[in-house]
Ligand binder design. Structure first.
Ligand code: SF4
Length: 253
C-alpha cells in the first residue's frame, strides 16, 4: 500500500488533541474508488493544471533569450501563456480560465521582479528544476527543486495562512522522506510559496518533523489495515464525498 500526502490528509489523524480528516472519506474515495463531487473534481483539475504549468515553467526558461523581448515579464508571460494553453482542460469554465490567467500574471510579475533584482545582486534568481523522474511508489510532485535540494511547492490558495500548519509539516515531511528514499539526500527545507500573495511559508526538515510524519503515517497504515473507517462529522463542510455519505443531512442542519 502506498500512502501519499493527499491520501493521508484525507484519511486524517490526531495532532495536538485535534482530529483532522475523515477515515470514512478515505474509504469512499480510495477503497470504493468513488469519484468526488463534480465541483471538487473541477477544482482538483484546476490545481493540477496550475501545478503542471509551474513545474514546466523553469525548464522552459532560456534566460539568454530575455534580451529579445521588451521585458523579462513579457518573456515570462509568453512562456506561461504557452504552458497554460497546452495544459488547459476546456471542460473547465471561462471563469476558471480567467482565474488561472490572473494567478499566472501575478506569478510572472513576482518572478520577473526577482529576476531584475538578481541583476543588481539583490537576490538570487534560481530558475532551477532538477529533473526528478519521480514515479510510483514516490507519489510526489515537486514544483521546483533548488540547488541545495530545497523543495518548492506552489500554493494557489486565495487565503494566506498566518503561520505553519500541521498540513505544511505533513506535506513537507512526506515529500522529504520520499525524496530521501529516491535520491539518498535529505532536502533541508520545503518552501510553500503562496503565489497570489508572493509570500513563502517555510518548513525546515528536522528530525521532529520526520518523527511527527512517521508516526502519523504509521497510525494511518494501521487503521487502514484494520479496516477502521470512522466518520468524522467535523470534517463534512469541505468534504468532496458528501454526495455519497449518509452524514450529508447532518452536515446541512
Ligand atoms: S460527509 Fe462527513 S462523515 Fe461523510 S465522508 Fe465526508 S467528512 Fe466523512
Amino acid at each position: 500500500m502506498t500512502l501519499s500526502y493527499s491520501s493521508i490528509q484525507r484519511h486524517g489523524y490526531t495532532f495536538e488533541n485535534q482530529l483532522y480528516g475523515c477515515q470514512f472519506s478515505y474509504y469512499l474515495r480510495y477503497i470504493k474508488q468513488i469519484p468526488p463531487t463534480e465541483i471538487d473534481s473541477k477544482n482538483w483539475k484546476f490545481e493540477k493544471i496550475l501545478h503542471s504549468v509551474f513545474e514546466h515553467f523553469y525548464p522552459s526558461l532560456n534566460l539568454s533569450a530575455i534580451r529579445d523581448y521588451p521585458s523579462p515579464k513579457n518573456y515570462f508571460d509568453i512562456i506561461l501563456g504557452d504552458l497554460l494553453n497546452k495544459n488547459w482542460d476546456y471542460t473547465l469554465s471561462e471563469t476558471a480560465f480567467k482565474d488561472a490567467v490572473s494567478t499566472l500574471l501575478i506569478f510572472s510579475q513576482n518572478e520577473s521582479n526577482k529576476y531584475l533584482a538578481s541583476l543588481n545582486g539583490e537576490t538570487q534568481f534560481m530558475p532551477i528544476h532538477l529533473e526528478l523522474p519521480l514515479k510510483e511508489p514516490y507519489n510526489i510532485c515537486i514544483d521546483k527543486v533548488l540547488f541545495d535540494h530545497s523543495m518548492m511547492n506552489y500554493k494557489t490558495a486565495k487565503e494566506l495562512p498566518d503561520s505553519i500548519k500541521i498540513e505544511h509539516i505533513l506535506q513537507a515531511g512526506i515529500y522529504a522522506i520520499d525524496y530521501h528514499a529516491k535520491f539518498g539526500i535529505w532536502p533541508p527545507k520545503m518552501v510553500f510559496y503562496y503565489v497570489r500573495h508572493n509570500k513563502p511559508i517555510i518548513v525546515n526538515i528536522t528530525q521532529p518533523v520526520i518523527n511527527i510524519v512517521t508516526e502519523i503515517s504509521n497510525n494511518v497504515t494501521e487503521n487502514i489495515n484494520n479496516g477502521k473507517f470512522t466518520k468524522n462529522s467535523n470534517a463534512c463542510t469541505w468534504c468532496d464525498m458528501r454526495h455519497v455519505c449518509g452524514l450529508e443531512k447532518i452536515r446541512l442542519i
